[in-house]
Design a binder for this molecule. Structure first.
Ligand code: SF4
Ligand code: SF4
Length: 140
């Protein structure tokens, strides 16, 4: 499995994956800071963080083909692959950002690529759940 040390990108001060997902093992609900996280500084127990945190890398960190616009600090979204599901978690403080470009077009293209493999893209924002419909956007 790829680790943060093996990718060309760096999390920097991003801590979105310590806030947006529900993490049952840490008794952390969705859209709430993990109790071990200092916003903008990172994990206070980094050397001893749980294995699931060590193993996690978002799609922007894993895939160099994902554009810089998707850097979570910029996009306010966390994207990761979970079996057949591509999960998109949107920061509820920015609930419409995924409908803006380049995100809207990229999401449709990801859904198109996912569908070709029998996969799908689901977006969560607060209590809203949206299945992204496949589509290809003509480039300008
Ligand atoms: S969301 Fe991605 S870039 Fe941000 S801390 Fe998590 S793995 Fe790193
Ligand atoms: S334990 Fe550390 S790395 Fe894991 S979610 Fe909490 S703050 Fe983030």
């Amino acid at each position: 499995m790829e680790t943060a040390e093996q990718t060309a990108r760096s999390c920097g001060t991003c801590t979105l994956c310590c806030r947006l997902p529900e993490i049952a093992a840490l008794e952390k609900p969705a859209d709430a800071w993990c109790g071990h996280c200092s916003e903008g500084q990172g994990c206070a127990i980094y050397p001893d963080r749980p294995q699931l945190c060590r193993d996690f890398l978002c799609r922007w960190m894993r895939d160099p083909d994902v554009s810089e616009a998707w850097k979570p600090l910029t996009s306010k979204m966390l994207v990761y692959d979970q079996g057949p599901q591509v999960t998109v978690l949107v920061d509820p403080d920015h609930p419409t950002i995924w409908q803006q470009e380049p995100y809207s077009s990229d999401l449709k293209e990801w859904a198109q690529a996912a569908e070709a493999r029998g996969h799908y893209v689901i977006l969560f924002c607060g209590d809203d759940v949206v299945k992204i419909e496949p589509g290809v956007t003509a480039s300008a």
